[in-house]
Every structure is written in C-alpha cells, then in structure tokens.
Design a protein. Structure first.
Length: 154
C-alpha cells in the first residue's frame, strides 16, 4: 500500500513537471497525489462493496488538502487540485469504453462507460462539495468579523 503510494507520488511529480509546476509547489502537489492515492487504498480496503464511495472519500481528501495548501502557500487552488486528483482520473475506464465500442461490444461499452462516468462524476462532486464549504466558511468569516466587536485570531 505504501509502495503504491510512493509510485503514485513519483508519477504525480512527473506529471507536475510536465504541467510546469515549479519550486515548493511541485513537492507539495506531488505529495497531495500520493496522499490521495493512499486514502483511496485505505478506504477501498475497508469499504469493499463500492468503489464509488472510495473515490468520493479520496476526492474529498484531495480537495481539502488542496484548499489548505493553497492558503498556506498562497497559490491558486487549481495548482493543487489538478495534481491531487490525477491518480483518481479513470483513464483506464475511458480507454476500455472506447475499446469495447470499437470491437462492437455495445453492452460492455455501456457498462464500462457508465461506471467510468459515475467515477468521474463522484470525483467532481467531492471537489465541488469541499470547495463550496471552504467558500461558504470564508464568506461567513468575512461577514462575522466585518463587525468591529469581534477580533479574528485566524
């Protein structure tokens, strides 16, 4: 499990080099990809019935990690989100969908395609959920501390 996460960390590092991420952002973005895959593997070992829930848990972690690191390093969130979700992207499912379609296996193509679409949708919903929570909390904090009675210690 840890070896797989290290391999994913190296693969994410290479992807981020291709995407022109530089400096300390490169290290932390790659670390996000490795940790996201580690969370996926842990959740899939405990929740064996549904991989969709495992993808959701991993995407929520990836998005939370990205939001926190973006604020800590004062970098746009997309820098970290893209690197963190790369291990979760269902590229193999997309390939197999097209392969089944070209071979004429319509039922296999539809089955694989719907599973791939569900996985991609789950990843998007996880990112949207965390992004919305962070945006709402920052707006709430602005409204709350706009009043001079409260001091912000954050």
């Amino acid at each position: 499990m840890i070896i797989n996460s290290i391999y994913i960390l190296i693969a994410t590092l290479c992807f981020n080099i291709l995407e022109n991420v530089r400096g300390k952002n490169l290290i932390f973005t790659s670390l996000g990809g490795g940790l996201t895959w580690f969370f996926y593997l842990i959740s899939s070992s405990y929740i064996s019935s549904s991989s969709i829930i495992c993808f959701f848990i991993a995407s929520v972690f990836a998005s939370t990690y990205s939001e926190v690191m973006a604020r800590v390093l004062k970098t746009p969130v997309t820098t970290f989100v893209i690197g963190a979700i790369i291990p979760l992207v269902p590229g193999g499912g997309m390939y197999n969908t097209m392969l089944q379609s070209i071979q004429g296996n319509i039922n296999g193509s539809l089955s694989t395609g719907l599973k791939t679409l569900a996985t991609a949708g789950t990843i998007a919903v996880g990112i949207f959920f965390v992004s919305s929570v962070f945006k709402a909390s920052s707006l709430f904090k602005k409204k709350l501390f706009k009043n001079k009675k409260f001091k912000s210690y954050f």
